[in-house]
Design a protein around this ligand. Structure first.
Ligand SMILES: *[C@@H]1O[C@H](CO)[C@@H](O)[C@H](O)[C@H]1NC(C)=O
Ligand SMILES: *[C@@H]1O[C@H](CO)[C@@H](O)[C@H](O)[C@H]1NC(C)=O
Ligand SMILES: *[C@@H]1O[C@H](CO)[C@@H](O)[C@H](O)[C@H]1NC(C)=O
Ligand SMILES: *[C@@H]1O[C@H](CO)[C@@H](O)[C@H](O)[C@H]1NC(C)=O
Ligand SMILES: *[C@@H]1O[C@H](CO)[C@@H](O)[C@H](O)[C@H]1NC(C)=O
Length: 345
């Protein structure tokens, strides 16, 4: 595979966001969620059927908070987390990240239809096949059903279980994630005229930068026209300056994705004092986050429309950026002729 010269400086700078401190991340409190156990990976239960995966247990903070055992598991968990933050040393904080993978998109269906290799080397680099389109793929009907189930979860289960509602929301700029966030949260009763659902659209949450046209995003004005209440992070560009046709900028075995999600976490932990934070993003963003935070089950892989909650500890190590370098430059995408089930037509 040809390694391209590093002409990527400008686009990567566009990825950096504002100046953030850098943190060391860890998952130092375990035994909290069933998703921590690698044994569930072959057949993971849905978040929606398992109280979000929160295990039934006691916390050392229960005795004073809930002496007569009246509170829900989530209320006692939230009290435990509040205690961790209250007692934390300077520069240390804990946040609960609710990380959602978008519902099924047309690119997911097409990848299965064509098979991974044929998809990668030919069809993913097309905008569609005449029947369906996957450039900045939309949700399929199944994808919509998945994220409407998430809406029901927040509307019903979360209220009964008293799951802390996210205090801030971030969304990938890809159409499938914008719609996932909208369908999940926008119609909930918590919003009123003065306080509509207004997640922040963030480049660092977007799809891996590869040659799939599903990694290209629409212009800012298109996003704004569809979702007028959504906000944009500072310097969000009108046009997509990161996607490059035929080029894999963040290839799967490079450090690029880990460097990117570290920047994302540094940005969020620097600028957001919320404890409960929602990300609407992609599996390929959630996986490296699990690695970077040292999640006990970093191999956990989310199906479309699934969500994972994690309790993360962050300790500030510097007031400036971490400066971790990407190892492995951008490469030309694999290329081949028309292939797959309908390829011989
Ligand atoms: C946890 O407790 C709830 C309420 O008592 C119960 O319905 C549920 O089955 C328990 N879950 C597990 C995994 O034991
Ligand atoms: C295009 O891809 C979809 C799957 O994404 C498949 O169902 C359809 O048959 C394909 N169309 C053609 C013309 O091959
Ligand atoms: C956002 O979600 C609501 C509720 O399902 C829906 O009515 C609306 O059309 C959605 N907006 C977009 C742009 O998809
Ligand atoms: C990535 O994979 C390619 C081939 O699949 C290999 O040649 C290259 O050394 C790998 N790079 C890293 C950083 O592991
Ligand atoms: C969080 O930050 C906002 C401003 O960014 C501030 O108004 C608010 O008081 C802060 N909340 C806490 C709990 O520190």
């Amino acid at each position: 595979m040809r390694v391209l010269p590093l002409v990527l400086t400008a686009p990567l700078l566009a990825f950096q966001g504002c100046v953030a401190a850098s943190f060391r991340y860890s998952v130092d409190k375990t035994g909290l969620f069933l998703q921590e156990d690698p044994k569930i990976n072959p057949n993971p239960p849905s978040y929606a059927d398992t109280n979000f995966g929160l295990l039934n247990r006691t916390y050392e903070t229960d005795a004073s908070f809930d002496p007569s055992g009246q509170k829900t598991q989530w209320e006692r968990f939230a009290n435990y987390v509040a205690g961790l933050n209250k007692d934390a040393a300077p520069g240390v904080s804990y946040k609960v990240l609710y990380m959602a993978r978008h519902g099924e998109g047309y690119h997911n269906v097409a990848q299965t239809f064509y098979g991974a290799d044929c998809w990668e080397c030919y069809w993913s680099q097309q905008t569609g096949n005449g029947t369906t389109t996957w450039q900045d793929a939309e949700l399929t009907p199944k994808g919509y059903a998945q994220v409407r189930a998430a809406n029901a979860f927040w509307r019903d289960t979360a209220l009964t279980s008293k799951i802390p509602f996210p205090q801030s929301f971030y969304v990938s700029p890809m159409a499938r994630c914008l719609a996932t966030a909208n369908e999940t949260f926008a119609t909930l009763g918590v919003w009123d005229g003065s306080r509509g659902f207004a997640p922040v659209v963030k480049e660092l949450l977007r799809e891996t930068l590869n040659a799939c046209t599903c990694s290209w995003r629409h212009p800012k004005s298109w996003i704004h026209a569809r979702f007028p209440t959504y906000r944009f992070e500072p310097d969000f560009s009108e046009d997509d300056v990161l996607f490059r046709p035929g080029i894999v900028t963040e290839y799967a075995n490079s450090t690029a994705q880990r460097v990117r999600v570290r920047r994302l976490l540094d940005d969020v932990f620097t600028g957001d004092n919320s404890t409960y934070i929602s990300f609407s993003t992609h599996g390929v963003v959630i996986s490296p986050i699990l690695e970077v935070i040292g999640y006990p089950n970093a191999g956990f892989s989310l199906g479309t429309g699934q969500v994972i909650p994690v309790l993360v500890r962050a300790e500030k190590v510097s007031d400036g950026p971490g400066g971790e370098a990407v190892v492995g430059g951008p490469v030309a995408a694999k290329a081949c002729g028309v292939c797959g089930p309908a390829g011989g037509k």
